[in-house]
Design a binder for this molecule. Structure first.
Ligand code: 1CP
Length: 368
């Protein structure tokens, strides 16, 4: 056994995998030996694995065509369409993983909440959730309500073969931020004030979100996802003391929902350079690093035994090939400080990205 030793022992054990269906790709479909899963458990496969956050989406003409006439949440809850959109970037770019086409607010829609995704704005709630009364009225979601998600995942993995599917969910702070605010915001004052003005209501809201995000992750894993990622996109707005006091345990609970399966879990945030150590403590096997902190420094902050994912600056995608190539070489080199490295962007693919640049970038990384 190679570099994998310690993390590989802890993950993908027969006892844990036996909790997955015998037809699950990690048991039957050969994804356990894929470059992505090998890197996530601490190994260095023959080429560095690469995928891109938001690889499915508006940068692809075939996505725009498939989505025509169907709104975002309806697309996510139509299994054949969600599967098709998930597969598009794998076919086009030859990336090492698919990321399930869905959204962090899909579980809220499944719960029957008044939520929509408005083009150009993102998630918008009919009304915010701030008081204990509003939060106590939030429903329990029966597991069966996630059946359209299971069906979409299962259709997807049938076509993916040995390429792993990454499932995902929003971290409690990021999802609760939309609920407390009623929509997108820049400073996230709504949730950040709420956790101090009414800590009990905040606690109840974050507990509810951790449970539904956990259910969302479990549905994807049980139906065939080989890894998961928890997105805490807005945690970077928090001071570390607030993250530790009001957020960390809820993220740990969401990640804990799939711990028993032993599948690799990525914990990612943006603007979270100061929180990397605390996020590692919250859980996850791989830490996703945004483009603001170099990977060698990130590795110092989380410890060299932790595989890292990241962190090509999305701004470089349109800066010219030579510049992008040089930057990518630097990212690959700094990634060697960690036990293993999954190449990705430091945040999502901008909608204006030329998709041919992404395909060329995948080839370049695979040849590195
Ligand atoms: O076509 C469109 O106009 C819809 C744009 C879109 C897409 C393609 C939204 C609206 N969500 C998605 C899909 C999506 N969302 C994926 C699919 C898989 C992939 O990565 O290819 C994922 C993983 C997400 C997760 C998500 N949704 C996050 C976390 C990741 C991140 O980008 O930080 C967040 C914050 C959201 C909320 C959201 N949904 C959509 C938008 C535009 C936003 C952000 C709005 C804001 O800035 O507040």
């Amino acid at each position: 056994m190679t570099t994998s030793s310690s993390s590989r022992r802890a993950l993908l054990t027969d006892a844990q995998l036996s909790r997955l269906a015998p037809t699950h790709p990690l048991r039957a479909g050969g994804t356990d030996d894929s470059p992505l899963i090998r890197a996530m458990v601490g190994d260095r496969p023959e080429h560095p694995p690469v995928w891109f956050m938001r690889q499915a989406g508006r940068s692809l003409p075939e996505y725009r065509q498939a989505r025509e006439g169907t709104n975002m949440l309806e697309s996510c809850l139509t299994p054949s369409l969600a599967a098709e959109i998930t597969l598009q970037p794998v076919r086009r770019h030859g990336v090492d993983a698919a990321i399930f086409f869905s959204d962090i607010v899909v579980p809220l829609k499944i719960a029957g909440l008044d939520v929509d995704i408005v083009p150009g704005r993102g998630p918008v709630m009919g009304s915010p959730y701030r008081t204990m009364r509003e939060i106590e009225a939030l429903p329990e979601i029966p597991d069966a309500a996630f059946d359209p998600i299971r069906e979409a995942v299962s259709l997807t993995v049938d076509q993916l073969g040995s390429t792993p599917l990454i499932g995902f969910a929003g971290a409690p702070f990021t999802v609760a931020a939309y609920m407390a605010e009623g929509g997108s915001s820049r400073d996230h004052l709504g949730p950040r004030t709420m956790m101090h003005r009414d800590p009990e209501a905040w606690e109840a809201l974050a507990t509810w979100v951790a449970r539904v995000s956990g259910q969302f992750l479990a549905a994807q894993v049980e139906a065939g996802a080989s890894a998961v990622q928890l997105f805490d996109s807005w945690a970077g707005s928090l001071p570390e003391r607030d993250y530790r006091a009001h957020v960390l345990a809820h993220s740990a609970a969401a990640l804990g929902a799939v711990e028993k399966y032993g599948i690799p879990r990525v914990h990612f945030g943006t603007g979270t350079g100061e929180l990397l150590g605390a996020m590692k403590e919250a859980g996850g096997d791989v830490v996703g690093v945004d483009y603001r902190v170099d990977l060698d420094e990130a590795s110092r902050r989380v410890g060299p035994e932790t595989p890292l994912q990241g962190n090509i600056d999305p701004a470089m995608l349109d800066a010219g090939w030579e510049v992008l190539q040089k930057h990518t070489t630097d990212v690959l080199s700094k990634g060697r400080a960690a036990a293993a490295h999954i190449v990705n962007l430091g945040h999502g693919v901008p909608p204006s990205t030329d998709p041919t640049v992404l395909t060329r970038l995948v080839e370049f990384i695979h040849e590195s």
